[in-house]
Ligand binder design. Structure first.
Ligand SMILES: Cc1cc2nc3c(=O)[nH]c(=O)nc-3n(C[C@H](O)[C@H](O)[C@H](O)COP(=O)(O)OP(=O)(O)OC[C@H]3O[C@@H](n4cnc5c(N)ncnc54)[C@H](O)[C@@H]3O)c2cc1C
Length: 398
């Protein structure tokens, strides 16, 4: 046993040739169509619609969704590679892809055949967008504490509540929404249910836009639900067991956050190496100074460790291994903190140029901070890691 795993073979990362071909194809599209527009995206805080159209045409929105529902197939690993390549250029565009998965994965895992056909197909084809509305003013980490309510009335549910920090809300056609269908019992998690709500349903309103520090182009919104009536068939998973739907979704989607972080770290590391090779001070190139060499070596160590953890978590998830839950938390917490640290070092290596918005270095630092917070803060990842470890090895619940 390689505590807490069973065998050294559990540490395999399985990547076939097609994944590398796909990565190259994504890079080409991103470098030609996305990267040249990063300044426009930062300034307007909007991703141009032609970029979404291009991604739809390339089939990128279908990656990670089964072919039978209009997707391109591929699992967590392919999704991670796509996310990493996109985040390397414009991290907020990777968020836009991730949000579709936050919408689609709960339906894939817990939804009915009809829900999959109706809602995943247009998302996977890039014809519609999804969003995931769980966080509330009272509660983000504490998913079991949410206060939105849904009551069953004949053949439909009526939902009332307020959601905050909802990424992609302004362009979403469909929302995953969590709400309490029964009062809390001694099992705090019990009593929450998850629904698909269509955007044009009366009573659903997009509220204020939050002005967060990074991920410009994909700022989150408030979503207000005032007596929103949804058909009973839009319930995703069993009534009152929506907590499991939500947290199981994050087990998968946080691999995508780790991949965003790897893309950010890759971009800022490359920028730092290039700058250190070209910039001279005191008659020498920066890369010849020992303190700069040490920084670059440490940045590179963390970058590759982050990448390996991310690909490993994705491989375990694609193999259907339950242990992927620990690996995805390890990857999310490590990669996002590595990205923040690497981005900070990159700014430092660039000196004054590093903090000038026009050079595009400091934006990655701002974006990286957000990755440490959403889809389970890194404190919550640490809780998950130790809880899962103790459960897996000792069968104990803490
Ligand atoms: C840019 C952005 C986009 C987002 N997009 C979405 C979205 O699309 N959909 C959605 O539903 N939500 C979204 N969120 C919300 C996000 O998931 C939450 O902000 C996050 O889960 C943290 O919740 P909170 O903000 O309520 O912080 P809190 O839960 O109040 O936490 C505050 C601090 O306390 C710590 N803490 C809390 N509980 C514990 C504990 N048990 N042990 C140790 N420390 C703890 C946290 O780690 C954190 O440091 C987004 C947030 C941001 C910033």
């Amino acid at each position: 046993m390689v505590f807490p795993f069973n065998s050294v073979q559990d540490f395999q990362i399985l990547i076939d040739e097609d994944v590398e071909l796909f990565r190259k194809a994504v890079r080409e599209v991103v470098e030609n169509k996305v990267l040249p527009r990063w300044q426009e995206i930062e300034k307007t805080n909007t991703i141009p619609k032609e970029i979404f159209e291009e991604f739809a045409q390339q089939g990128f929105f279908g990656v990670g969704f089964p072919e039978e529902y209009g997707g391109q197939g591929g699992g967590q690993l392919l999704t991670a590679v796509l996310t990493e390549e996109v985040a390397r250029a414009v991290p907020s565009l990777a968020v836009a892809i991730g949000v579709n998965h936050l919408f689609g994965i709960p339906i894939l895992l817990f939804g009915t055949e009809e829900q999959k056909k109706k809602y995943i197909t247009p998302i996977a084809q890039g014809k519609a967008f999804g969003a995931h509305a769980n966080t509330e003013p009272c509660c983000g980490s504490d998913v079991a504490g949410i206060q939105s309510k849904a009551r069953k009335v004949n053949d439909h549910y009526v939902i009332t509540g307020r959601k905050i920090f909802i990424s992609g809300a302004e362009k979403a056609d469909y929302f995953i929404v969590s709400a309490r269908t029964s009062p809390p019992t001694e099992k705090r998690w019990w009593g929450i249910s998850v629904f698909v709500v269509e955007r044009d349903t009366p009573g659903l309103k997009i509220g204020q836009r939050f002005n967060v520090v990074g991920m410009r182009g994909e700022q989150p919104y408030e979503v207000i639900l005032d007596e929103v009536k949804v058909p009973a068939e839009n319930l995703v998973g069993p009534e009152n067991e929506g907590f499991k739907v939500i947290v199981t979704t994050y087990d998968y989607t946080r691999i995508g956050i780790a991949a965003q972080a790897v893309g950010i770290a890759q971009a800022t590391f490359e920028a730092a190496v290039n700058y250190a090779l070209q910039r001279e001070a005191f008659g020498k190139r920066l890369i010849e100074f020992e303190m700069i060499i040490q920084k670059l070596a440490d940045m590179y160590m963390k970058l590759e460790a982050a990448r390996l953890l991310t690909y490993w978590a994705a491989t375990l998830a694609d193999q259907g291994r339950r242990e992927f839950v620990i690996a995805s938390s390890l990857a999310k917490a490590f990669a996002t903190e590595a990205a923040e640290w690497i981005a900070r070092q990159s700014v430092q290596i660039h000196g004054g140029v590093g903090v000038d918005e026009e050079t595009g270095v400091v934006r990655y630092l701002r974006d990286s901070i957000i990755t440490t917070i959403y889809e389970g803060t890194n404190e919550i990842q640490r809780l998950t890691i130790v809880r899962q470890l103790v459960r897996q090895v000792f069968g104990l619940k803490i």
